[in-house]
Design a protein around this ligand. Structure first.
Ligand code: PMP
Length: 318
C-alpha cells in the first residue's frame, strides 16, 4: 500500500508484494530519512481480526515523522491502511496461542537529489508477515549485556523516533552482546541512567510494589509498556517514570529493594530479565511473578480472552 506526497497524500493502492524501484539518488539511501512502526493483528476464537491500540502507533508515526522532517500521515489514513491490507490478506492472520500477523508500516524519502534537505516526495507502505511465538516452549528470562562503549541515542537526537538509524546504531553493540553470550543489550545515557534495550523498554519492580520505568526524551515510548503500566495501576501499583541510574539498579538488586526487572515490547510482549552482565560483573536478577501475570493479562485482552476494559482493541476485518 503506497501513498506518495506532492502536496498531499493520494489514494492508497494495494499491489502484490514485490521489490520497490528506487532512484539511486533517493534521499533515504543517503540520509536515512525513514521511519516505521511495528504492530500485530490477532485472530480471536470467533475468527474476527483485531489489533491493539493502533491509534497510538499512528500517533507515534506522526511524532517520528516530525522529528525526521517527513510529512505526517493522518491517523485515519494509517488505520485505513491496516484495514485495507486485512481486507485482501486477512487469511494470513494465524490463529492459535501467541500467533499473530506482524504489520510493518513504514515511510521513506523517495525524492532523488544529492543534498541535505528534507525530501518532498515520500512514500508510505505497509507490509505484513505471520509471526509465531517469540519464545518457543514458554517464556524464558533473558540475559542482558551492558553496553559501556556505545550509546543508541543522545540528548536532542532521534532516540524517541522509530527511525532506522537508531537501530543501525544498535547493531554493533547487539553483536557485542552475542559475543558475551547475552540475548540483548541495554543502553545508558550520558549520565549513566538506564535507557532501554535495542527493541524493548525496561521496567523495575520494587519491594513495596512501586513500579519504576526510565523516562527520557531519548527512548522510544513503548505502547506495550504504557499498557502494562496501566494494568499495574488497575491492580493498585504505584507507577513512576523517572531516571534510574545503573548504580540504583545494581544496588537495588543487591539490597533486595528491587524484586523484579523485565523488558517489554510488541514482539516479545514481556520478558523477565534474568542476568545483567557487564565487562567486569555478572548480576543475577531476582525473579518474581508480576511480569508474567501482567503478560498473561495483556495477551488475554489482545486475543479476546478477557474483557477489554480500556477499549484498546480495534477490529480490522469489519
Ligand atoms: N524501544 C525500542 C527501541 C523499540 O524498538 C520498541 C519496539 N517498537 C520498544 C521500545 C517497545 O515499543 P512497543 O511496545 O510499542 O512495541
Amino acid at each position: 500500500i503506497c501513498w506518495s506526497v506532492r502536496g498531499g497524500w493520494h489514494r492508497p493502492r494495494v499491489s502484490p508484494y514485490g521489490p520497490i524501484s528506487l532512484d539511486p539518488a533517493a534521499a533515504v539511501l543517503h540520509y536515512g530519512q525513514e521511519i516505521f512502526e511495528g504492530i500485530k493483528a490477532y485472530r480471536h476464537a470467533d475468527g474476527s481480526v483485531h489489533t491493539f491500540r493502533p491509534d497510538q502507533n499512528g500517533r507515534r508515526l506522526q511524532r517520528s515523522a516530525r522529528r525526521l522532517a517527513l510529512p505526517e500521515l493522518p491517523v485515519p489514513y494509517f488505520l485505513q491502511s491496516l484495514k485495507e491490507l486485512i481486507a485482501v490478506d486477512g487469511a494470513w492472520v494465524p490463529s492459535g496461542e501467541d500467533q499473530s500477523l506482524y504489520l510493518r508500516p513504514f515511510m521513506f524519502a523517495k525524492e532523488a537529489f544529492l543534498g541535505v534537505r528534507p525530501a518532498h516526495k515520500v512514500a508510505y507502505y505497509l507490509i505484513a508477515s505471520p509471526a509465531g511465538a517469540y519464545f518457543k516452549g514458554g517464556v524464558k528470562p533473558v540475559s542482558i549485556w551492558l553496553s559501556e562503549d556505545y550509546s543508541r541515542a543522545g540528548k536532542g537526537g532521534t532516540g524517541a523516533a522509530k527511525t532506522g538509524g537508531n537501530y543501525a546504531a544498535s547493531l554493533l553493540p547487539q553483536s557485542e552482546a552475542y559475543e558475551n553470550e547475552c540475548d540483548q543489550v541495554v543502553f545508558l545515557d550520558q549520565d549513566r541512567n538506564v535507557e532501554e534495550l535495542g527493541g524493548m523498554n525496561v521496567v523495575f519492580v520494587y519491594k513495596d510494589g512501586t513500579i519504576v520505568t526510565p523516562q527520557s526524551d531519548s527512548i522510544l515510548e513503548g505502547i506495550t509498556r504504557d499498557s502494562l503500566l496501566q494494568l499495574a495501576r488497575d491492580r493498585g501499583h504505584h507507577v513512576v517514570g523517572r531516571n534510574v541510574s545503573l548504580d540504583e539498579w545494581r544496588q537495588g538488586v543487591a539490597s533486595g529493594d528491587i524484586v523484579e526487572v523485565f523488558a517489554c515490547g510488541t514482539a516479545a510482549v514481556v520478558t523477565p530479565i534474568g542476568v545483567l552482565k557487564g565487562r567486569d560483573f555478572i548480576d543475577e536478577q531476582p525473579t518474581g511473578t508480576l511480569a508474567l501475570e501482567l503478560r498473561e493479562e495483556l495477551t488475554n485482552i489482545q486475543y479476546g480472552r478477557a474483557e477489554d476494559k480500556h477499549g484498546w482493541l480495534y477490529r480490522l476485518d469489519a
